[in-house]
Design a protein around this ligand. Structure first.
Ligand code: SAH
Length: 226
């Protein structure tokens, strides 16, 4: 299935807002770490509902905030949630970004990068559009160490890249980034029921759920263009 077919269906179901709600628990901490300055141009890859571009505009005073997504229905939804003329949503693909060389100051992505058909190529493409000194903050919940998310691939027809911490750092370096930071951001907001309530529909044990959210949470890898 294509990105467009899969995620247009998600957007039509309102899953864009559902993801925003869940991802915001850790995405906001990743966004807060970005060195965005007033007047910057920022880009969110795989924007879904588009919350990250809105947040970077409002909190950091970005002059232009773009959200890019391969699913036109996602883009349409994102557009409907704001009337800020400095926020724009575009249909496009990670492998071929519709931006000029050296035109973006900082880029972000949450729970989207691993869908890239050629992830190192996507990083090289990002490197092309970022200015020297620009950064890419890449946040993912689906990664090798976080075993509790591996089953997601069974529910989606797009091939997902399952990298570990080191794979991310190596890929960033292979694409010409300097790795500035790598960290896991715990999700402290997803409610974890008391032990007596396990197993639940989704979780065998409380320990697994604690590990998934509080320990592994979201993997953030940040690269800087030299
Ligand atoms: N960042 C949002 C959405 C995550 S869902 C959030 O945190 O909620 C992943 C999104 O990436 C989907 O909207 C999907 O359409 C988009 N996507 C996946 N592969 C893509 C690709 N190759 N090019 C552009 N967008 C893609």
């Amino acid at each position: 299935m294509s990105v467009r077919a899969e995620f247009d269906a998600w957007a039509a179901d309102g899953r864009d807002r559902g993801m925003e709600e869940r991802h915001w628990h850790t995405a906001k901490h990743a966004l807060a770490r970005m060195p965005v300055e007033t007047g910057d141009t920022v880009l969110d890859l795989g924007c879904g509902s588009g919350y990250a571009a809105r947040a970077l505009r409002e909190a950091d005073g970005a002059a232009r905030a773009y959200g890019l997504d391969g699913a036109p229905e996602m883009v349409e939804n994102a557009r409907s949630y704001t009337d800020d003329p400095r926020v724009a949503y575009v249909v496009g693909d990670f492998q071929s970004l519709p931006f000029a060389d050296d035109s973006v100051d900082h880029a972000f992505s949450m729970e989207a990068f691993y869908y890239a058909p050629d992830p190192v190529g996507a990083l090289e493409e990002l490197r092309r559009v970022l200015r020297p000194g620009g950064t890419f903050y890449c946040a993912v919940n689906y990664f090798e160490e976080n075993v509790h998310t591996h089953e997601w691939q069974e529910n989606i027809d797009i091939e997902m890249t399952l990298w570990d911490y080191e794979d991310y750092r190596e890929a960033f370096r292979a694409a010409g980034f300097v790795v500035a930071e790598q960290d896991t951001i715990p999700d402290r907001e997803t409610e974890i029921p008391p032990a007596s309530e396990f197993p639940t529909d989704d979780w065998e044990s409380r320990e697994d759920m604690v590990e998934r959210y509080r320990e592994f949470g979201t993997l953030l890898t940040a690269g800087v263009v030299p």
